[in-house]
Write a protein of this length. Structure first.
Length: 458
């Protein structure tokens, strides 16, 4: 029934749904979650029909509410957030409720409910990610607090995001958790300058928690490179996860800069400065992360050089196709300006799917043979290139404030002048064998990437 935002609003504001239905349904899911955890913790490898039905019903509830929030626009999201504000005395509200559900029902290996619990966890996190769009500062603060590091063994602590990424880059749970991280990263500047957060001393711990989440994202991204070989993200979930993680890193760097230079609070500036330097250090010193970003940034050309065996004709078709899509995308992004990729309220998987479908519709049959995987790679490569540019901008800031620092060390300079890694050496015997900068410059203009798709007329 939810064909568009107006239909959703009509349903929620009418008597179609019994009064308090969503609130009561969410409360039941919250009360069911500890019982699911108990089922998961049992040694039994089988589950009763009643147990399976309970988990399935909870999935339907969360998935349905998530759909309402996603399709219904700002009004529907606000309506759902208000519904989650009502709870029992012993149950959390808002983001904490969804977070608790997700942690309780985390899947356990080799258990009969593993698959169902995986979907339920993903649904809870996805709903939280949807509700973070245009949410209040208070909602974001509550969400960040959920992912604060907690004690582990001895003096060690674990970031709240880490428990949701054990399934790797191909897991829907990972994608949902990283989508939350991306939403939080996009709001760093806005929340850092909020008077209530400043007066309460909440800015430094909020930035620190999001920064820890970004470091978790690095770990997930690095799994694409293993044993000297690059594994290109083939599935839609893998592509969307790579896209959302790189978007989170880029948004975090963009958001931290005003805090570092303009914030009135010393603690907020120092924390932002430290997190920024940690991110740049990770980009600079981690060979694996650097190789992954370089490969993804140049993938539309490098993969097609491999596939077409450097055929000049087919490569030309590939480049023309990418250029056509780039011009089309520029007009779509004009509304939001240079950083439009960070403000569109679409799920990562949907954005990747739409871009892939649109680009495929403009290909000739010959060009499609040459493009192959490069079509799906484009969305990821675009944001990877944006990260390279923002990375260099921060490297310049670091070296300009400290003359003892080397720009080449902190920037992607060495990475761009190194050979782009090839995916699966056994599968592709003849890789592109070209430096990353050469590959990037063949399919995208720096001025285009710098302003996010709006090419200059120069």
């Amino acid at each position: 029934l939810c064909a568009n935002a107006s239909t959703v609003q009509s349903i929620l504001s009418s008597d179609f749904l019994p009064e308090g239905l969503i609130t009561k349904a969410m409360l039941l899911c919250a009360e069911l979650a500890p019982q699911v955890a108990s089922m998961n913790g049992s040694s039994s490898k089988s589950a009763t029909l009643e147990e399976k039905t309970s988990v399935t019903d909870a999935k339907v509830v969360l998935r349905s509410i998530s759909t309402l929030a996603f399709l219904g626009g700002s009004w529907a999201r606000d309506w759902v957030r208000q519904s989650l504000a009502h709870s029992m005395p012993h149950l959390p509200t808002g983001p904490a409720m969804l977070y608790k559900i997700a942690t309780f029902v985390l899947p356990r290996k080799h258990h009969a409910l593993e698959g169902d619990c995986s979907e339920l966890t993903s649904c809870a996190l996805r709903l939280l990610a949807d509700l973070l769009i245009d949410a209040s500062v208070e909602w974001h603060v509550e969400a960040v607090n959920c992912f604060t590091s907690y004690p582990s063994f001895g003096d060690q602590s674990i970031c709240g995001f880490a428990q949701f990424v054990s399934g790797g880059i191909h897991s829907e749970i990972t994608l949902s958790a990283m989508s939350i991280l991306c939403s939080l990263s996009m709001q760093v500047t806005r929340h850092a300058f909020d008077p209530k957060l400043i007066s309460g001393g909440l800015v430094p711990p909020q930035i620190e928690t999001i920064g820890e989440g970004v470091m978790v994202g690095f770990e997930v991204l690095s799994t694409l490179y293993s044993g000297g070989e690059m594994s290109f993200p083939l599935s839609k979930i893998q592509i969307a996860s790579a896209h959302i993680i790189i978007s989170s890193i880029t948004a975090m760097l963009v958001g931290l800069k005003p805090v570092i230079y303009l914030h009135e609070d010393d603690a907020a500036r120092n924390t932002s400065y430290s997190i920024r330097n940690d991110i740049i250090e990770a980009l600079t010193t981690s060979t694996v992360v650097g190789k992954v970003i370089a490969f993804l940034a140049s993938s539309p050309i490098s993969l097609n050089l491999i596939k077409s065996k450097s055929s000049v004709k087919e490569l030309s078709q590939v480049m023309d196709t990418v250029s056509h899509y780039r011009r089309h995308n520029a007009s779509k992004n004009a509304t939001y300006g240079g950083w439009s990729r960070f403000v569109t309220p679409k799920r990562a998987s949907q954005k990747v799917r739409e871009k892939s479908t649109h680009l495929s519709s403009h290909l000739t049959s010959d060009a499609k043979k040459g493009v192959g995987i490069g079509v799906e790679a484009y969305a990821v490569s675009e944001v990877a290139l944006a990260l390279l540019l923002v990375w260099y901008e921060h490297a310049e800031d670091i070296t300009s404030s400290d003359s003892s620092q080397d720009l080449h060390h902190h920037s992607p300079f060495n990475l761009l002048l190194s050979t782009t890694p090839s995916p699966s050496q056994q599968r592709y015997a003849n890789g592109p064998n070209d430096v990353t900068l050469n590959l990037i410059s063949r399919f995208i203009d720096v001025d285009y990437a710098l302003i996010g798709g709006l090419r200059s007329n120069v």
